[in-house]
Design a protein around this ligand. Structure first.
Ligand code: SF4
Length: 312
């Protein structure tokens, strides 16, 4: 895993396990038909990010997005988020397929070969995401440069992991090398519709040990952890796998450096209840279909700030 070491992850999980924290059965997603979890309406489906990203205390963002169909404008930050997510997921796929084709090789060869493919890879990412349509020339250049820094960082981590695994294990097959170097599930689509969530929710990373990772490319916000509860409930509902732990990974490129900060969470009853209560309020706003109005002060980082604050 490239954003957190498996040793560090094991240590965090052990710490929470030892504390005796448990999740109540009635708050597991597979009990979606029961009192606590069933949605208020069976024909409203919301994305986890729309519910969890509580920029707006009155839920006007939900009203604008779902009832009025007003989409938030695409800013540089939005496009940067798409690019970083795409690179984080596709670079891992690239490493995986390279290792399957090349067999067990020293890390420096993996690094050099994948670096040789960098330009082609990033051009494809930018083409697929139609980045040119959203950014001006300077923004495009800046993001292209940062995308290279992120790609190089991921490839370097992969190459170092290859050497580490090769050094530790005597008889190594390509399969076992790949499974140790690249997280086995990178991105996962799950159906959260029985909980009133979208039927195609994309979880950034779902790992073998049932830990989920949500990658954020913007600033820290208090409400980010709600998304972990939403995804955990949806995975439990769709796949019947218990999800007790999650990480919010904050990813940032600062000149030539990639900065990673991991916030680890136990997805316990309190977090689940908070998410469900927000989901219910969001559904109520959609169900009623009336403008809930603005709060006394709008945070400037709200994605609808320009729209709401240009209204008369
Ligand atoms: S700008 Fe204000 S009213 Fe509009 S969605 Fe954001 S917080 Fe709510």
């Amino acid at each position: 895993m490239f954003f957190i070491s498996s040793l560090e992850l094991d240590r965090l999980i052990r710490k929470f396990r030892d504390s005796g924290s448990v999740v109540s059965g009635e708050l597991r997603g597979w009990n979606w038909g029961d009192e606590y979890l069933s949605p208020l309406s069976d024909d409203i489906y919301l994305s986890v990010s729309l519910v969890a990203n509580r920029y707006c205390p009155t839920y006007r963002d939900i009203y604008l997005s779902i009832v009025e169909g007003v989409k938030a404008p695409f800013t540089f930050k939005t496009v940067r988020g798409w690019v970083y997510h795409y690179i984080s997921s596709e670079a891992l796929t690239q490493v995986k397929s390279y290792l399957y084709n090349s067999g067990v090789e020293p890390g420096y060869k993996v690094f050099h070969e994948l670096m040789r493919r960098m330009r082609k890879f990033i051009d494809k990412v930018f083409r697929d995401l139609k980045v040119k349509e959203y950014l001006d020339v300077d923004e495009y250049r800046l993001l292209y440069r940062d995308a290279k820094v992120l790609y190089r960082y991921l490839i370097l981590q992969a190459a170092a992991n290859v050497d580490r695994v090769v050094a530790d294990i005597k008889f190594l097959t390509v399969d076992s090398l790949v499974s140790k170097v690249v997280p086995s599930v990178v991105e996962r689509t799950v159906d959260g519709s029985p909980l009133g969530l979208s039927s195609e929710l994309r979880v950034d990373m779902l790992m073998d040990n049932n830990v989920i990772i949500d990658i954020k490319t913007g600033d820290y916000r208090d409400f980010h952890s709600y998304a972990l509860a939403g995804y955990a409930l949806a995975i439990e509902c769709d796949l019947e796998r218990p999800i007790d732990y999650g990480i919010i990974t904050y990813l940032r490129v600062d000149n030539e450096f990639v900065k990673v900060k991991n916030n680890f969470f136990f997805i316990g009853d309190e977090l689940r209840r908070s998410f469900l209560s927000i989901r219910d309020e969001a559904m109520e706003v959609v169900h009623v279909g009336a403008d809930p109005g603005k709060p006394s002060k709008c945070p400037e980082y709200c994605i609808y700030y320009d729209i709401c604050n240009s209204e008369g």
